[in-house]
Design a protein around this ligand. Structure first.
Ligand code: ZN
Length: 371
């Protein structure tokens, strides 16, 4: 009887694994689509034991599935191989191959990438959408970038504000980067890397028309560095025509991104404003009986808590002009419109999100009042 029970449990266990093959956890991230585009959640800067990370590539795939990401890239340092004695791998595509095999039965895009690693002023850059990592391993940094261009890669500048390369913690756009931008060999810049947002990197992105990126640059476990601290990893939301590698690359080249780290969102206004607009839904709008106070219920369907400041001529009843709608949560506003209105423009400044250094966008929702 004992054995039979054990057998039954084993069978159920196997059935569970094979029957409902999902890895989604309570840390699954969701962001709404914007008009005309699908919102893809990506982390394109990740390490494993195949450079200076601490985990096997399959774990990176499972972490991404748990968080409901749409695309990741394992971007191993080509030139920095501290585990080489234990894990020698002359073929630098090995990390990608292992991740691709692991992701095969899942709806997760694996972007083939590598990190080109130099000291300042060249710094670190990720080349993603490459076809072969091996020829990128070059003595000469210029040659590595021209090889990436030959492979039609999308290349972005990593942690430009990193204190080990820039002691002020401010990025320095060097002649090397200027030359790469001019030659069409550098297309994006991380404004968020790990826990750091650099306003100065955003200024460079806007000046040089580089794609705005946010990445985790994870070396240990996502769970230890983020989830257990009640936080989410930094990601780049990419607004793509569809969920495919081709569309993802096209969107990155065109700069259709918003970098996200918890409630911090950084992007060009043409993408950040629609994202915030679709993240907040008007659940209901009705006058309180016998008053001119409009009760509006707002729902936040994104994984970022959103902070707002009132920008309307009307003031609020029972609420600070500054308020937060929790991630996946709701908030009720009482707006003193003084007269009964059939419709109003709800105009709020999305503080904590930025379209330029120190500049938060205003977002407007058209509200029709229910009779
Ligand atoms: Zn890195």
């Amino acid at each position: 009887m004992k054995n039979l029970l054990l057998l039954t449990f084993t069978f159920l266990g196997l059935y569970h694994l094979q029957g409902q093959h999902t890895h989604i956890s309570e840390h699954a991230l969701t962001y709404p689509n914007i008009e005309g585009f699908q919102t893809l959640k990506t982390d394109l800067h990740i390490h494993t034991v195949f450079s200076d990370g601490y985990v096997w590539p399959t774990i990176r795939v499972q972490e991404a599935l748990r968080e409901n990401l749409d695309a990741i890239s394992l971007t191993e340092h080509l030139e920095y191989q501290p585990h080489e004695a234990d894990i020698p791998h002359p073929d630098r595509n090995r990390s990608y191959d292992l991740a691709l095999a692991e992701a095969k039965e899942h709806d997760l895009l694996i972007v083939h990438g590598s990190e080109i690693t130099r000291s300042a002023p060249m710094g670190h850059s990720n080349a993603v959408f490459i076809s072969d990592a091996n020829p990128l391993l070059q003595k000469n940094a210029e040659k590595a970038f021209s090889e990436a261009k030959k492979q039609n890669a999308f290349v972005f500048w990593n942690h430009p504000a990193w204190h080990a390369q820039s002691p002020t913690g401010n990025p320095i756009l060097s002649d090397f980067q200027k030359e790469r931008i001019k030659k069409g060999e550098l297309h994006g810049i991380e404004v968020i890397n790990t826990f750091d947002y650099a306003e100065e990197a955003l200024a460079i992105a806007l000046e040089q028309n580089l794609t705005i990126m946010g990445t985790s640059d994870i070396h240990g476990l996502i769970s230890w560095d983020y989830d257990e601290k009640g936080s989410n990893r930094p990601i780049t939301l990419v607004f793509a025509k569809e969920k495919s590698l081709e569309s993802l690359q096209e969107a990155l080249v065109e700069g259709r991104t918003v970098a996200v780290y918890n409630s911090l969102m950084i992007g060009k206004p043409e993408y950040l404003i629609p994202l915030i607009h679709s993240s907040v839904e008007i659940n209901s709008a009705q006058y309180l009986p016998n008053t001119q106070i409009l009760k509006v219920e707002l729902n936040n369907n994104s994984s970022s808590a959103l902070m707002f400041e009132n920008q309307m001529p009307y003031t609020f009843y029972s609420s600070s002009p500054v308020f937060e709608i929790p991630a996946q949560g709701s908030y009720t506003l009482f707006i003193k419109t003084l007269k009964h209105k059939e419709a109003i423009d709800l105009k709020l400044r999305a503080i904590g999100t930025y379209v330029a250094p120190k500049k938060s966008p205003d977002v407007v929702w058209k509200i029709s009042v229910e009779k």
